[in-house]
Design a protein around this ligand. Sequence first.
Ligand code: P6P
Length: 335
Amino acid sequence: MDKSPATAAIKTIQQHILERQRLHHPEATGEFSWLLGAIALATKIIADQVRRAGLVDVLGSTGDINVQGEEVQILDVLANETIARCLGYHDNVGIMVSEEDDEPRILKESEKAEYIVLFDPVDGSSNVDVNVSIGTIFSILRRREGVAAGRVMDHILQPGHQQIAAGYVIYSSSTVMAYTTGDGVHMFTLDPAIGAYRLSREGVTMPPVGKTYSINQAYYNVFPDGVQKYLEWVKSDEAGGYGLRYIGSLVADFHRTLLKGGVFIYPPTRKAPEGKLRLLYEANPLGFIAEQAGGTATDGKQRILDKTPTALHERTPLVIGSKAEVDHVLSFWRP
Ligand code: P6P
């Protein structure tokens, strides 16, 4: 049968959202579909820059240091402004939180601006200089009922289980967007021939077990004792047959874990006693996706999605992946 794009079933992300809303949320206004469409547009622009890195001026750093204390990459700034511009065209996004911005951006004050979009514009951006996969991660909340419009942080600092949607885009051999609105995880591959994200996997489930662990072993000596004990076990004959994969790009390591099973671990270290990864726009969205795919995400003590944030750029330890594999880690490490 002819599989050319002209005939193969083409379902774009907007069509998919509208179809799922008709099924699960008939009361929906379509506003949300637009919002995801705006994020999709922004990531297409970012994907174009990433694909031409080296030919267009997106490599290297700006020389600035961001609120995280990290060197700002040129691509970080481009991606951040691209997302802000695409979100700003409509009046349903009130607040935007970015890893790159010290403070939230108030896009619209009106009650109509019910959505809060939080994101890491380009996670692992320094990897773009060496052609390693990078990603954009996003999380969407609604304004809290009964909270005055001006009390911005009260609207933002909500636990992850309040997310109405979450997703990521991985810029790699292909550009793939994964998202969930609470009824499963769905993936779309960017088709450069038509410039649209086309449905490529519907109802993604994470394998219940996976013999791959993902952690930066260079920090072994500064990991908590329990994590060191897990690392001794996972390499032992008793555990049998585990492999280590660590790309150093959270979205890439998570995407592999989601599709193949296994566990990704970023524990506390002496340098980062609360862990390195950010709760609001990294752990929460990936935790929502992991759970929707049948996996799990914890900080070692509690479910990631149950944590009540206390600060915009709060960090958290993260153990995320197949439940059986996360349980193996927790059997040795209970902070
Ligand atoms: P380390 C990239 O800087 C990042 O935020 C994540 O993408 C990645 O998982 C992690 O940091 C890597 O950190 O300390 O192992 O280099």
